[in-house]
Design a protein around this ligand. Sequence first.
Ligand SMILES: *Cc1c(COP(=O)(O)O)cnc(C)c1O
Length: 357
Amino acid sequence: MIPVTKPFLPPKKEYSALLDEVWNSQWLTNMGPLSKKLEIEIANYLQVKETLFVTNGTIALQMALKALEITGEVITTPFSFIATTSSIVWEGCKPVFVDIDEQSFNIDANKIEAAITPNTQAILATHVYGNPCDVEKIQVIAAKYNLKVIYDAAHAFGVKVGEKSIFEYGDVSTCSLHATKLYHSTEGGLVFANNAQVFRKLASMRNFGFAGPEAFSELGINGKNSEFHAAMGLVNLKYIEAIHEKRKALTELYDEKLLGTTKITKPIWHQQANLNYAYYPILLATEAHLLKVLENLNKNNIQARRYFYPSLANSTPYLPRQNFSITDSVAKRVLCLPLYYDLTEVEVDKIAKLIKL
Ligand SMILES: *Cc1c(COP(=O)(O)O)cnc(C)c1O
């Protein structure tokens, strides 16, 4: 079977060597030496000032909303993973959906202003497939209406806009280091904040709001991660360039085999951004075509995923159903093809042939 994704596993020996350090230090969690080292190495790799290693990408989003004191309406995208919406609802805020842009599949910045009300406090947008949102335009709108900006950058590890890491945009940016992501620590997440005070607040919130052994500085949660997860993150970081190269080659092969007809297209990437090859999404002309392609692949033991389908604005039991013409149309026609480190060029060739049948 060819799965749609497969977690990268480093040589077991290298992971075991770090576990020996855990056994020596007997420090298992709570911002231990490996977690601290991971935060420094990730910040160096991404060329950002600092980051917090947290439990997962979902807690990262919840902490971002809490740290920015968002309690009202949050403008967001219906084309994302469920955690983008559920974290808003979980924090007692109200998601206000805005349709996506036909080319990038990200929130349409031109439609944000029309959704702003006196209760709007923030914009929470996803860099879908790692493709940056229109960060400049969103910043202008946020400044004009005094809104906070949070980016769900779960897909965007390693992406830069010009010379600047994507994680430096917005008031807070979050990333997921889940096993299925491009770069992972088994379970894990990252939080980035531009403002040092917000960053310190997030750091305290991650650890129950402790300001000392007997003092609390704010409402907190347990957003910490363990030394075992940090160890996986540290080893995997050594392979990030190799992972990148492999995914790039596979992506270019898919492009060569699949593109060039109007029946199959891809989202248009931000002009100043590099690709991180996190996913291989294709957009088909009709849903019927997509279902046929999916059937062909499944019959041949190949998985592909309708990611994201259905739209978050008409699929949760806890929100009223709303239709958005572009989101609904794209969600019905988009398919993510297998893409992972162990995938071979022969397999890509086979997948491409089945798609073109
Ligand atoms: C994976 C993902 C998340 C959630 O991250 P976890 O680490 O699994 O909690 C949030 N948003 C998007 C867009 C994701 O793809």
